[in-house]
Ligand binder design. Structure first.
Ligand code: HEM
Length: 458
């Protein structure tokens, strides 16, 4: 047995007090540089292993030895999302059932339908930017509005009206508070105290409110047959009609958890990806020029994108992949062994002990990636991508618990970036220095871009 390297801690609390509350993933990413491949961190009495070596990541994909671990912060998030796909334990019957029933909701046919819903949402964003002439945009705020409105409409035909009103919809502020709480609990000592109790009550209140809103939407669909019959093929429509081989569908409670799961998973992750991609575009003029040249040739000014166009933008896809390499917006996924075992050359791991695949470390592992911290569009050219070991790049997770919404995210991101580039010039008037904010996912904080209408310049 070989001990797993670990930064020195203090008795009883281990490394707990070294963990920066608001930048924990970035702290682990630094540790990955000091302890290449694998290291262990002690959260008081819990030892968590972090893996950034592709060979170990491949070993952890063995479903006979390891299963997805729903530990903190996902276990806290269960208060909101219950046994929805993301937060379900693999052995819960609803995971298997929902996984099978929801595959059609993310297939090609469904995606075409969602595209027709996505397009007017992106057009609203574009119209807002157009209407005000040159203007400074808070990128993360704008991208959250875009992705939330998109998943609200594609998910359950619900308009949040985020382009019409400046204050965020209370549903979103409530959900964001619940996500932040799930993350902050990681570094909060679990001792009974008034702060802990107040936060617990807040989380429960927030969950109740989120559940009520979604339950009302589901009840409306169920009780108004015309609404169900009329319903476009949104995710809720597909879920309501799906039945398994026994003729059983999902319960109302599970439907509620799935809707909330899609709202959470569908907005946080993709808005961060869009914001990071815009960051690399404004910071790298040569990248911007290359991606824009492609957009201009496939979608010249005045041309409305089609679903088919999305497959004709390989350079834009390279941008998205390289962005997700450097900033995988879901930065960690976790597994645990079914029994005490050893990984790699003999590192011991105990039954149910968390093993975290640290994507920000894996994707910057110098043994795989040349100059890993620098942005290089060419890493994902067709020829170069074929050389990347599959276990070295996992922005959408691994195995049967991998992301079901990957195509949705790609389609939405490509469409939004293509239309933004088709219509606007982008500038970086304040010389933004990257400052990454961590909630459950990662995003650039306080990033402002100046957009000016290209039509005016021509
Ligand atoms: C850039 C965008 C996205 C990224 C980087 C991303 C990343 C991930 C990752 C890493 C996982 C695995 C988590 C784990 O093993 O614990 C995952 C799972 C999942 N994602 Fe995504 N995701 C994205 C977009 C989406 C979208 C748009 C949706 C839905 C509309 C979605 C729905 C889900 C669901 C439901 C799961 C759980 C699947 C299961 O366990 O059965 N994701 N995602």
């Amino acid at each position: 047995m070989i001990p797993i390297p670990s930064p020195p801690g203090i008795p009883l609390f281990g490394n707990l007090f070294q963990l920066p509350r608001l930048a924990i993933t970035q702290h682990f990413t630094q540790l990955a540089k000091q302890y290449p491949g694998v290291f262990q961190v002690h959260f008081a009495y819990v030892a968590a292993t972090f893996v950034t070596d592709p060979a170990l990541v491949a070993e952890l994909a063995d479903a006979k030895r390891f299963r997805k671990l729903v530990g903190p912060p996902l276990s806290t998030l269960r208060t909101v999302a219950g046994d929805g796909l993301f937060t379900a334990h693999s052995e819960e019957p609803n995971w298997d059932k929902a996984h099978k029933l929801l595959v059609p909701a993310f297939g090609q046919r469904a995606m075409r339908g969602y595209f027709d819903t996505m397009l007017p949402v992106v057009e609203q964003l574009i119209a807002n930017w157009n209407a005000s002439g040159d203007q400074d945009i808070d990128v993360s705020d704008a991208m959250v509005r875009l992705t939330f409105e998109t998943i609200g409409q594609c998910g359950f035909d619900f308009e949040f009206g985020l382009f019409k009103s400046q204050p965020m919809h209370p549903f979103i502020t409530t959900m964001t508070r619940a996500l932040t709480e799930s993350m902050e609990r990681l570094t909060r000592l679990r001792l009974p105290n008034p702060l802990w109790v107040a936060k617990e009550w807040q989380l429960r209140r927030d969950s109740r409110y989120l559940h009520q809103v979604v339950d009302q939407v589901i009840a409306k669909r169920r009780t108004e047959p015309e609404a169900l019959a009329r319903s476009k093929r949104d995710m809720l429509g597909i879920m309501l009609q799906a039945v398994d081989e026994k003729g059983e569908g999902l319960s109302d409670q599970n439907l509620r958890f799935q809707v909330l799961t899609f709202l959470i998973a569908g907005h946080e992750t993709t808005s961060g990806l869009l914001a990071f991609a815009l960051y690399y575009l404004v910071k790298q003029p040569s990248v911007l020029a290359k991606v824009r040249a492609e957009v201009d040739s496939v979608l010249p000014l005045g041309c409305t994108p089609t679903y088919e166009n999305m497959a004709q933008l390989p350079v834009l896809e390279q941008l998205i992949k390289e962005t997700l390499r450097l900033w995988p917006t879901v930065p960690i996924y976790s597994v645990a062994p079914f029994a005490d075992t050893e990984i790699g050359p003999g590192y011991p791991v105990r039954k149910n002990q968390p093993i975290n695949v640290l994507l920000t470390g894996l994707h910057r592992n110098p043994a795989v990636w040349n100059e890993p911290d620098s942005f290089d569009l060419e890493r994902f050219s067709v020829a170069n991508e074929a050389l990347v070991p599959s276990s070295a790049y996992k922005p959408f997770g691994s195995g049967e618990r991998a992301c079901i919404g990957r195509q949705f995210a790609y389609t939405e991101t490509k469409l939004a970036l293509a239309l933004i580039l088709q219509r606007f010039d982008l500038q970086d008037p304040y010389d933004y220095q990257l400052n990454v904010k961590e909630t459950l996912s990662l995003k650039p904080a306080a990033f402002v871009v100046r957009v000016s209408n290209r039509k005016k310049l021509n």
